[in-house]
Design a binder for this molecule. Sequence first.
Ligand code: FE2
Length: 298
Amino acid sequence: MIRIAHITDVHLPLAGATVRELASKRIFGWLSWRLRRFRRHRAVSLNTVIADMQAHAPDHIVLTGDLVNISTRREFAAARTWLETLAPPERLTFIPGNHDLYVANALQAGLVTLAPWMTAKNEGAQTIPRFPLVRYVSNVAIISLNSTYPAPWGEASGRLGLEQIERLARLLEETRSKGLFRLVILHHPPLFSLATSPRKALKDADALEQVLREKGAEAVLYGHNHLWKHDVLESRTGPVHLLAAPSASYRPGGKKPAAGWQMLGIARRQGAWRLHLLRRGLDRQGEPMTLKDEWLAF
Ligand SMILES: [Fe+2]
């Protein structure tokens, strides 16, 4: 069985910003961190979740974005160090979230330095790679989408664009014909109905839904909402499990679910996929506990 762990919305503690960096939309994100968010996203919660996940020794880790908060140079330097200690690029797949592409110059500020974890190569890249990207972990094809763009102030929406959606459709067909388990990953909720508000939704969610229904996928992992979610979309190739986890750093006892992570166990038996879901999260005392441990139907 291949075991793929999923963490999302890490929101590492805000590592600092220069006055120049704050002379932009970043000032609003900076204020929101100083006023509220630093109380919600805690290093102690994150460290406990990561230690718990590592103790389960996954074969591969998927991180669906929001590693930082306002995309500053110091944040990306801290994020790169954090990723280096977590797992090498061949064991971890990262895709950006809206907070990692908070402003247009996020790339120069350091998002490019995280490219090795997007592609498992590409060290020294000048820009982030063209999505979708595919990585293979045994008979699992991890298909990464980039749903982020520098959204205007007050919005946390996402968009994929026609080219990415068209290439996704082809990749879903190709990987299915090779008999692979298709695991699609993106930051934003894949369906419009799964967004917590229109200003946080994926703008072209309807086009994505159509492709998922027509071409099928076995599972989709996403974040953004900071909520546990499990929905099933019917496709022409069978059910598509849509799975989200809360922020990996959210403290217990807040408005949103305490920090957690999930793991997919994927196996092929008698020509059919078997999919196991393990969900672990923090209890009120901040100790990790099992929330779900079940086989999902196909
Ligand atoms: Fe987030």
